[in-house]
Ligand binder design. Structure first.
Ligand SMILES: [Zn+2]
Ligand SMILES: [Zn+2]
Length: 208
């Protein structure tokens, strides 16, 4: 029986960004991946599902993924986890690209600095895969057969590498890591529709 569930919120900010909730349907323990820009939408979903968030993880530090972080952390009294190399983006509107919008995004420092290894939540374990390329501290989160790929891998495409700390050569190495995952791994990207590693190996020219 499947007790670990997944839910999805599309953040209606400047850019449509996917926020994910992974949770145990019995204990109601919940991890939020990328709060996005719309804190109220996340809170509404958590309330509807009667969840108890215990951790907020950012796949990387761009404003469209982090803008709601502080409201969500304050609301649920939970720590923020982000890769150690991504910390400078949280408080810097230039680095997190919010200077391109009308609102400067500055997020308080993270409590948990992620490294490439396995972590345990109350109801599941998950692995952090360091995938620099879109940004230096970009990560993908692997939990069971799911991969939350942030802005590294999209359906039919990959994230841009022309933002600060981006690198096409690093991106290529990061994609090599993802190519080794099981073909039936379901991929949930930071933007757009969902896919599988098998589908992307077959159709995504960046995984050739
Ligand atoms: Zn991004
Ligand atoms: Zn993004």
């Amino acid at each position: 029986m499947m007790t670990i569930q997944r839910s999805h919120i599309i953040s209606m900010g400047v850019i449509e960004t996917n926020c994910f909730l992974i949770y145990n349907e019995f204990t109601k323990g919940c991890i939020i991946i990328d709060a996005g820009e719309d804190a109220q939408a996340v809170i509404d979903k958590v309330t509807t599902l009667d969840l108890r968030p215990e951790l907020l993880i950012n796949t990387h530090g761009h404003f469209d993924h982090i803008a709601a972080d502080d409201i969500i952390r304050e609301k649920y009294k939970i720590p923020l986890a982000i890769h150690e190399l991504e910390v400078p983006l949280l408080s810097d509107p230039y680095k997190n690209a919010s200077v391109m919008t009308e609102r400067d995004v500055k997020i308080k420092n993270a409590e948990i600095l992620l490294q490439e290894k396995e972590y345990k939540a109350s109801f599941c374990s998950y692995s952090v895969i360091h995938t620099p390329g879109h940004t230096l501290g970009s990560v993908c989160i692997a939990a069971g057969k799911w991969l939350f790929s942030g802005d590294t891998l999209f359906t039919g495409s990959i994230g841009r590498t022309d933002f600060p700390t981006g690198s096409m050569s690093m991106m290529k190495k990061s994609l090599e890591k993802l190519k080794k995952l099981d073909k039936d791994t379901e991929v949930f990207a930071g933007h757009g529709t969902f896919t599988t590693i098998g589908n992307e190996l077959a159709k995504n020219i960046y995984l050739r």
